[in-house]
Each structure stands twice: as structure tokens, then as C-alpha cells.
Design a protein around this ligand. Sequence first.
Ligand code: UDP
Ligand code: MG
Length: 336
Amino acid sequence: MSDSELKPSVALIIPVYNEEEVLPQLIRELEVFRATRSETIRIYLVNDGSTDSTFVLARELTTSFQGYVLIDFSRNFGHQLAVSAGLEICEEDAAIIMDADLQDPLAVAGEMIDKWQEGSDIVHGVRRSRQGVSFMERITARLYYRVFRALTGVEAPMDAGDFRLLARPVINAFGKFKEQQPYVRGLISWLGFNQASVEFDRPARAAGETKYPWKRRLDLAFDGLISFSGRPLRWAMRLGLLISAGSIAGLCWVLLTKYIFQTAITGWASLIFVAFFFGGVQLFFLGLVGSYLARVYDEVKDRPRYVIRTIHHSEGASSGSKAVPRGFDTQTREGS
Ligand code: UDP
Ligand code: MG
């Protein structure tokens, strides 16, 4: 058995979407990091349908190095599915999910590896502070994690993004989730295992712009909630009951004022606002029910979750440039 087979191996799963600006610095820092570690580190760059030169550049920059696997999606499938694909394909003893923009510092990845070596199965990266994030974003994110916890009962760590290490048994367990819109951080917390965390100060993006504008952030937050909790549906029912009970009381009052006290209030125009208000409430909850239904529809269709155009191994990688792990069909590999 060669020396490299005895050393523990770690995969770094890095989704990249239009990251050409940050790639040169990323690869440079990755090489420095690898040189300082005793473990065998392999890097999985998942190109999530970039429309700039990210993939070509990634190939050029990594061609002279060993141990880079470039996974090229056929189009943009989203960050959460890019992470899922990386986890599904990697074969190392542990994997670390991280951003391409160096917001998840490699020094912290090193601490995660150390914690794993000490016996933790999952090591969360918890943000002590965040740079380059507005006050409003910080507040809403903090609030969201608390609401998520209260609503779902899943013991997800507060203020952690997707930056975390998973040991092989966790990666295997995660591979059993076949959800169309996986909420990766929630699913990992749901798994249990022996969890630890490392705190760090999150720097601003090294280069380029965020690929998570407000709308996508909101979508992710909403996905997270409804994929983990059916409680909003129960709230809708309770609110409906409350309003019905209230309206019966209101009807009694109207009848009393008209026939007993003879003081019925005129000006039924105010009624129209009440009608609009409840119309709004009804549409809101209809939409909510629809959101759950849409998820059921998505799951029932059972479409491939992502499609891989090609998997490329950097030159000199031990498995060779044509090798595709675990029986993957490079043309139409689906996240089954
Ligand atoms: N990303 C991706 N697909 C997307 C959006 C983002 O693969 O559709 C990648 C992106 O390249 C980055 C990571 O996901 O490596 C996190 O995105 P970003 O850093 O823009 O999010 P933020 O840190 O601002 O929340
Ligand atoms: Mg980022």
C-alpha cells in the first residue's frame, strides 16, 4: 500500500458560478493550503452552468496540478444541487463544503479537519462576525435561523451557512436524500451524528459579486422552512378557525345592535375593506398550500436533479482524466 493510501483524504467541494474573477486567487490559496497539510486533499470544483469563462479558466489553472476534479453541469441548477453533486461524486474520507470566493477561510477548513481527526463527524463553521453584509441582512439572517429552529425542531446551529466538514458516514447518509430542492444545511443537521463547530470571522468576498441576490436568498429561506415543517399549514387552519369564531361573535353583535338596541351602525362601505382584507388572507394561505403542493408535484415527477455534461480530472490525478467515479455516465449523469 502506498503512503498516500494510508493518509486520510479530504475532499473540498467548491461550487463555482461565474467566478472567473476569484479563481486565480482561489487556486493559489488552495495550493498553499494543500502544501501545509499532511492529509491527501482533492478539490472538486462544480461548475454550476457559468456563463463566463469559469470552466475554461478552471481547466487552465489546474492543468499542471494533481487532484482537481472539475464537474461541469449542463446548466445552472443552483448552489444546493452543486453541493449535493460534489458530495455524491467525491470518494474521500471526509468532505468540506465551501464557497469559491474565499469567504470560508482555508485556515478554518484546517481547523475542521483537526476536529474531525479528534473524532467529530460533522464540523460546522459558525460565523462570529460577517464582513461585507448589510445590517439588515445580518438581522434577518439571525432571525431566520431562530425561526427555523423554533418551527422545525431541527437543531441546526445558529448563524452557520453551508461551510462545514462531513465525515464519510455522514456523506453516505446524505447521499440517501433525493430531494429535488435540498436544503443542505438543514438536512445535514437533521442527520444527527456527532456534531462540533468552529467559530470564525467571515471576511467579505475576495473578488466578484454575490451570486445570491435577495430573491434567491428569500427562495432558499422559504424552501428551508417548508421542506422541514408542515406547521404553516396548521397555522392557516387555526387562523381560519379563529376568524370564523370571531365572525360569529360579530354577527351576534350586529343582530343585537339592529333589533335590540336599535343602534345599527350605517356606513357599510367599511365592509369592503374587511372583504379585501380577508380576500388577501385567503389568497396568502392558498398560495402557501400551493407551495407545498408544488413541492409534492416536483417530487412526484422524479426528474433528474441535475445533469452533468462532463467530469474532468486535472492532469496527473491518480485516477486519470477519463475515470469517472462510481459508475458515472458523464453524458447524462443524473442526481438520481
Ligand atoms: N453558486 C453556485 N450556483 C448558484 C449561485 C452560487 O454554484 O446558482 C456558488 C458561488 O459561486 C459561490 C457559492 O455558491 O461559490 C456561494 O455563493 P455566493 O458566495 O455568491 O453567496 P454569498 O456568500 O454571497 O451568500
Ligand atoms: Mg460567498
